[in-house]
Design a protein around this ligand. Structure first.
Ligand code: UDP
Ligand code: MG
Length: 311
């Protein structure tokens, strides 16, 4: 049984060796039947150099795919899954926040429970700020309500997948990828395993609030058309209201003959109407932009070089 360990890396020079050592320590002999697939996501530091060194010094199979620039973690994951040959594929970060020892537990769960095709780790105790936690909670509530698939709160990309699930994921041609959704969309059964997230070993996180927000919006656009429906419904109700108001004004003028007063009311109504219009056009635009991106059909990533230590 071959296990592929897919590791997306972006500016992780200080973590590569430590990651390998820790994985070796945790999985030991099991690594004899494993390959590492490192994706260098256009790192600007010495990540590639470290990977080359690793490639030359360790007995395990190591493959490295280096992108021409930074394409984002999603692109890295896709490349990793494409290059992985294993019967099982583990996805893990390079920064040691996710202890490699859990990979062993995940494999055991999969081998003992053949009805499961995936084991995903989720954070039992989350050490994030209250505000961020609130936004994340709201996001999961919303996306679970407006999509048909289930998004598990706190489930990470840290998981082990079976070959057939990997193949299903690879069969999805979309360019702008939202893995959390794709993992659920393909179906199969996922076992959620609690884990304790560690502090980053070195370097710093590449996420900030706005990146997370844009990632969340991308997730909603990718997996739900409800925002479009909401904007149509909103438009319809505004139309109804305006008809009623128009009738009221006409009747009032006919009966009482007084000129329509209330410029401020008019101004605010126009503002309200055009605001909602812009909002709806914006929503439409998001979908259009996504379509444009898919239609252009640009590759998700470009490979600059790849190397391995296989004979
Ligand atoms: N990563 C990547 N490309 C990016 C950003 C991140 O390949 O553009 C990798 C990064 O090297 C790490 C993993 O994705 O191995 C998770 O990133 P990070 O630790 O920054 O995220 P966090 O753990 O804070 O969610
Ligand atoms: Mg991290």
């Amino acid at each position: 049984m071959l296990l592929s360990i897919v590791v997306p890396c972006y500016n992780e020079e200080e973590n590569i060796r430590a990651f390998y050592d820790k994985t070796k320590e945790a999985l030991g002999g099991a690594l004899a039947h494993a390959e590492f697939v490192f994706i260098d996501d256009g790192s600007e530091d010495g990540t590639v150099k470290e990977l080359k060194k690793l490639c030359q010094t360790v007995p395990e199979r190591v493959r490295v795919i280096s992108f021409s620039r930074n394409f984002g973690k999603e692109a890295g994951l896709l490349a990793g899954l494409r290059y992985a040959k294993g019967e099982y594929v583990a996805i893990i970060d390079a920064d040691l926040q996710q202890d490699p020892k859990y990979i062993g537990d995940m494999l055991e769960i999969l081998s003992k429970n053949p009805e499961y095709d995936c084991v995903a780790a989720y954070q039992e105790i989350r050490n994030e700020g209250k505000v961020l936690s609130f936004f994340k909670d709201s996001f999961y509530k919303l996306i679970n309500k407006i999509t048909d698939i289930e998004f598990y709160r706190s489930a990470s990309d840290f998981r082990v997948l079976s070959r057939r699930m990997v193949n299903a994921i690879l069969a999805m041609p979309e360019k702008r990828r939202f893995s959390k959704g794709i993992f659920s969309w393909v179906g199969f059964r996922t076992y959620y395993m609690p884990y304790q997230v560690q502090k980053r070993f070195a370097g710093k996180t590449k996420w900030n609030f706005w990146k997370l927000a844009s990632y969340a919006i991308n997730g909603i656009i990718s997996f739900s058309d409800k925002p479009l429906i909401v904007s149509s419904v909103l438009g319809f109700f505004l139309f109804l209201i305006s008809v009623v108001m128009l009738l009221a004004v006409v009747i009032k003028t006919l009966l009482f003959g007084d000129p329509v007063a209330g410029f401020p009311t008019l101004a605010s109504l126009i503002l309200l109407g055009s605001g909602i219009q812009l909002l709806c056009i914006g929503i439409l635009g998001q979908y259009l932009a996504k379509m444009y991106e898919e239609i252009k059909g640009r590759p998700v990533y470009l490979v600059k070089e790849e190397f391995d230590n296989e004979e």
